[in-house]
Design a protein around this ligand. Structure first.
Ligand code: CTP
Ligand SMILES: C[C@](O)(CO)[C@H](O)COP(=O)(O)O
Length: 242
């Protein structure tokens, strides 16, 4: 039997920045004929090493059963919390995993996860026995915004981009390590992803590894991101490198 490898998908957000067209949260937005959440779960199921996908939705969610109908190795639980970190913490508690179980956390809002990037993360973490996350090195010059004035938002300064990476998901941990880190950092606003909880809680020598992600795995956050993804599904555009 396969060693357990569990994927947790936080899917209890509302998608405020995306703006809703029909009152549904963005993870249920139709993309090429299927809800975004279904694309996301299928991308995870493409790796046969993932033994179960556990989707955490908001209590009272009326759409998840339809969105995930018929998908193998997939369950959903109404354990979503008021923040992403609280949703993940509750999903982990609900799953009741042994400390050594490898656990991936992947945003519902990243439906374009390529199989090779997912495979790279799993291979790296398992072979080195280390936690890790997909991420991309910053390719643009980085500006810090200053005050907004009548004439617009001014640049306050330009930041050094050397060594900066943009965090994606999945992020992969042993369940016990992730649980301990999220418990230790509960309510800390610096914890915007699981890796940051582990970074704060662990010995610096055990900090998560950065594993090269893919632009196709960008999070769908703003209204225009959905058009980009639908174009990609229709084969009209693929970002370089996946
Ligand atoms: N209380 C929350 C908030 C977010 N999420 C999930 O965390 C991921 C983070 O992506 P993001 O783009 O921040 O989603 P939203 O929080 O829905 O977006 P917004 O901030 O624009 O409202 C999404 O899969 C979202 O459903 C969650 O499970 N529980
Ligand atoms: C976890 C995450 O996808 C890493 O980039 C991201 O932080 C989640 O988005 P949010 O807007 O911070 O909820």
């Amino acid at each position: 039997m396969n060693e357990p490898l569990i994927a947790l998908v936080p899917a209890a957000g509302v998608g405020a920045r995306a703006g809703s067209r029909d009152g549904r949260p963005k993870q249920y937005r139709d993309l090429g004929g299927e809800p975004m959440l279904r694309h996301t779960v299928r991308a995870l199921l493409a790796d046969p090493r993932i033994t179960q996908v556990r989707v955490a939705v908001a209590p009272g969610d009326a759409w998840v059963a339809g969105a995930l109908a018929g998908l193998p190795r997939t369950v959903w639980r109404p354990c979503g919390g008021p923040t992403r970190a609280e949703t993940v913490r509750a999903a982990l508690m609900d799953a009741d995993l042994a400390d050594a179980t490898w656990t991936l956390v992947h945003d519902a809002a990243r439906p374009g996860l390529p199989a090779d990037a997912l495979g790279r993360l799993i291979d790296t973490c398992r072979s080195r026995d280390r936690s890790g996350l997909l991420a991309l090195p910053v390719a643009d010059t980085v500006k810090q915004a200053g005050d907004a004035r009548d004439d617009g938002v001014r640049v306050a300064r330009t930041l050094q981009r050397e060594g900066l990476w943009l965090a994606q998901t999945p992020q992969m941990f042993r369940a016990g390590e992730l649980r301990a880190a999220l418990d230790a950092c509960a309510g800390d606003p610096r914890v915007t992803d699981e890796a940051s909880a582990v970074e704060l809680a662990c010995d610096p020598g055990r900090a998560p590894l950065l594993v090269r992600g893919a632009r196709a795995n960008d999070k769908l956050t703003w209204p225009e991101d959905f058009d980009w993804f639908e174009d990609r599904l229709a084969g009209r555009r693929t970002p370089p490198g996946g």
